[in-house]
Design a protein around this ligand. Structure first.
Ligand SMILES: *Cc1c(COP(=O)(O)O)cnc(C)c1O
Length: 452
């Protein structure tokens, strides 16, 4: 095994002197944090320079859809690197971009016909918003220029993506830099409470009222289908999506599915919104897209959206990034889909999803665990004293971190969303691995909050 060139201490010294970490209160980090110093990763596990092994229970921020360093993906990367690492994608094309687009359309289904490549989830959303905005101008309806999004939404960190997001802790500071959007209640329930199953119907009724009144100004609705991830893994039923799709057709608005997190089979179907038997006008894909190997994303559209742009220079989507369609990323992303197909991973994940559900239910017996929930291979629960029913992620709560510290001592790396602990597992995870994770979580809960 290749060793790191520097010792753990040497790496940490450079890190603490020079690196600014994402979503991290840096004062506390510099003073108190002893981070994992990752050296290598394989399958479910990340290995520290000191040799300690950690079960990566969040899939490295939800990207690791086939586990780390999947041999097929690494081989695709090596093969592609022998001929073409990068070239622009304007008046140039190449095999990985072309073949991947065809395969991706096949996976997305007959409602889709075009693929626009970009770099990460935020840019995939940025592209979708710009397409939708310009679409109505091209259709001669420039007054349809507003976006609709859910409360608690998270769509990324560029300014447009942050504008449709509603993650207060992250975005409050940006204030007037963000544009206004029409905010709908989350179908997962009212903030701070655990809703009953029928809540989504009330949320839909509220949506219907606002959107029918304001339909002349609505360009599109953007949402995370089935699971609002960063809001605290808030889940809603597919029936809500089916109703919303119908409403979009009635008020002539585009339905934008941000599947950056929920897409790629995690919920048991390639696209989460297809559980509702519907098809979006625009889909945003990232994270699992390249198996967590390279930053790469795509915005996939219907023919109707694409056709509006088939005109002269003024009808053009003047948008792109230096690395749009990067051949290395595309080659790896294509291999992800081939592995999905050959191993029927989406069809075969039911057993693992069931093991996760059963495991979470058993954790639910602990008095500090509330609302254990899952969708496919996404599982979550809230942490609060007995009787607490806090539903949203409270990012300033330390309950999740208390559990996270105990998990880390036992070889599991899981970063919480404040008071919400969650697990995001690769599609090829095995039942025994889930059982192991649940067992460690049970012990850690007892250490952090007392016996069951
Ligand atoms: C993570 C995420 C994004 C942003 O993706 P990045 O790759 O971090 O830019 C957008 N939408 C959703 C639903 C996400 O979970």
């Amino acid at each position: 095994m290749k060793k790191s060139m520097l010792s753990r201490d040497e790496i940490l010294k450079l890190d603490k002197k020079y690196v600014w970490h994402p979503y991290t209160p840096m004062k506390r980090y510099l003073e108190e944090t002893d981070p994992i110093v990752a050296h290598r990763a394989e399958g479910l596990y990340i290995y520290d320079v000191d040799g300690t092994r950690y079960f990566d229970a969040n899939g490295s921020w939800w990207v690791s859809i086939l586990g780390h360093n999947h041999p097929r993906l690494m081989e695709a990367l090596r093969r592609q690197s022998e001929t073409l690492a990068h070239c622009s994608l304007a008046n140039v094309t190449h095999e990985p971009a072309a073949v991947l687009a065809e395969k991706l359309i096949e996976f997305c289904g007959p409602g889709f016909s075009r693929v626009f490549y970009s770099d990460d989830g935020s840019t995939a959303v940025e592209v979708a918003l710009r397409m939708a905005y310009q679409y109505w101008q091209l259709r001669g309806r420039p007054e349809k220029n507003r976006f609709v999004a859910l409360s608690g939404a998270f769509h990324g960190e560029t300014l447009a993506a942050a504008s449709v997001s509603a993650t207060q802790v992250f975005h409050k500071v940006l204030g007037p830099l963000l544009f206004d959007c029409i905010r709908l209640p989350s179908p997962a329930g009212p903030a701070g409470e655990q809703a009953d199953d029928g809540w989504y119907e009330q949320a839909f009724a509220a949506a219907e009222k606002v959107l029918t009144e304001r339909k002349g100004e609505v360009a599109g609705i953007i949402l995370e289908p089935l699971v609002q991830g960063a809001a605290g893994m808030l889940m809603h039923p597919p029936e809500y999506l089916a109703k919303l799709r119908r409403l979009c057709d009635e008020i002539d608005a585009l339905f934008i599915a941000d599947e950056v997190f929920v897409g790629y089979g995690r919920t048991g179907r390639f696209l989460a919104h297809s559980h509702a038997g519907i098809s979006a006008d625009i889909v945003c894909l990232a994270k699992g897209f390249s198996g967590g190997v390279l930053p790469m994303a795509a915005t996939v559209t219907s023919q109707r959206v694409f056709e509006a742009f088939l005109g002269g220079p003024s009808q053009t989507l003047w948008y792109g990034h230096s690395f749009t369609g990067n051949p290395l990323g595309a080659a790896v992303a294509l291999e992800v889909l081939r592995v999905f197909e050959e191993q029927n991973l989406i069809g075969n994940m039911k057993e693992a999803a069931w093991a996760l559900e059963t495991g979470l239910d058993s954790l639910g017996r602990h008095p500090f665990v509330h609302n254990p929930r899952h969708h496919g291979l996404i599982g979550a629960f809230n942490l609060a004293p007995p009787g607490g029913k806090n539903r949203d992620a409270d990012y300033l709560s330390d309950a999740g971190w208390r559990l996270s510290d105990e998990l880390k001592k036992r070889g599991v790396f899981a970063r919480p969303l404040g008071n919400v602990m969650y697990f995001v597992l690769p599609l090829n995870v095995r039942v025994c691995e889930i059982d192991e994770l649940i067992g460690i979580c049970e012990e850690s809960l007892e250490s952090a909050f007392g016996a069951m």
